[in-house]
Design a protein around this ligand. Structure first.
Ligand code: HEM
Length: 242
């Protein structure tokens, strides 16, 4: 086994551990944070089913962003939907045999790579071109966008410019899953792609990218609008009452 294989194997074990442990801790913290007040953004659903539908529309269509700003919505939706297809397409490296739905998605996932980078370019350009967005932009916003753009470009680079041995890449990741490491190809584009992906996995639980799980814990979105029918008491207040 080469030194490179060992370095990348350890890197991916480390990145996976940080991602999983970090996400579990963060989500536990979100779940444990009390919501002392009834604050659903109105007009809000008055039943639990309505809330489930509201969150569904938020997750799938980015409803409140649509109501907010159309340009951000279109770039953001294109980026996230394309990312979803790209990640589904990557399922083939981790699944053996590859399930039929994943096989069918392959061509869409490939072109989604371009849509993903285009969406990111739109989101990034507004951080330079729109005054009020530029004003609140922090260096980490640029860092996240740069990371995602570079992952996309290096992925497309492998697909269309400098091919890598994807059968060997699959063997490497299957090997990691079964703790029997296999050699990793040493093409620079692949090493860049995977290095950046590992960086993304490590940063994810401590970054703004956490808005994905955070959405489900947002009281303005996940509360039922029934303050008159049912008295709202936070969990810690219930304990005080007993
Ligand atoms: C461990 C995880 C990953 C592995 C092993 C991996 C590996 C690869 C490989 C081998 C290719 C070239 C495909 C080909 O030549 O047919 C590729 C392409 C690509 N990757 Fe990744 N990648 C990973 C994670 C990611 C992530 C997290 C993203 C996005 C944030 C991403 C975005 C892309 C894009 C946009 C392409 C080009 C389109 C395509 O061929 O699917 N990759 N990746």
């Amino acid at each position: 086994m080469t030194f490179l294989t060992i370095v990348y194997a350890l890197l991916f074990y480390f990145a996976t551990a940080v991602l999983v442990a970090g996400l579990v801790l963060r989500i536990k913290k979100f779940a444990d944070t009390p919501a002392p007040l009834k604050i659903p953004t109105t007009p809000a659903p008055t039943t639990q089913t309505g809330v489930v539908l509201r969150i569904f529309r938020e997750v799938v269509f980015f409803e409140s962003l649509f109501k907010g700003t159309k340009w951000t919505w279109i770039f953001s939706w294109v980026f996230h939907f394309a990312l979803f297809l790209v990640l589904l397409r990557h399922g083939r490296y981790f699944w053996e045999p590859v399930p039929l739905p994943l096989e069918l998605i392959q061509p869409f996932g490939m072109y989604a790579g371009f849509a993903m980078v285009a969406g990111l370019a739109g989101l990034w350009s507004r951080r330079f071109l729109v005054d009020r967005v530029r004003y609140i932009t922090a260096p980490s916003d640029h860092l996240m966008l740069a990371l995602l753009v570079l992952i996309g470009l290096s992925g497309l680079g492998m697909k269309f410019v400098a091919h890598t041995d994807i059968v060997a890449v699959k063997a490497f990741f299957q090997g990691l899953i079964s703790f029997t490491p296999q050699p990793l190809p040493s093409d620079p584009m692949l090493l860049i792609h995977l290095g950046l992906v590992a960086a993304l996995m490590i940063i994810f639980p401590y970054s703004k990218l956490l808005h994905a799980p955070g959405l489900f814990f947002s009281p303005t979105r996940n509360q039922v609008d029934n303050p008159r029918e049912k008295r709202h008491i936070a969990d810690w207040a219930k304990q005080l009452e007993q």
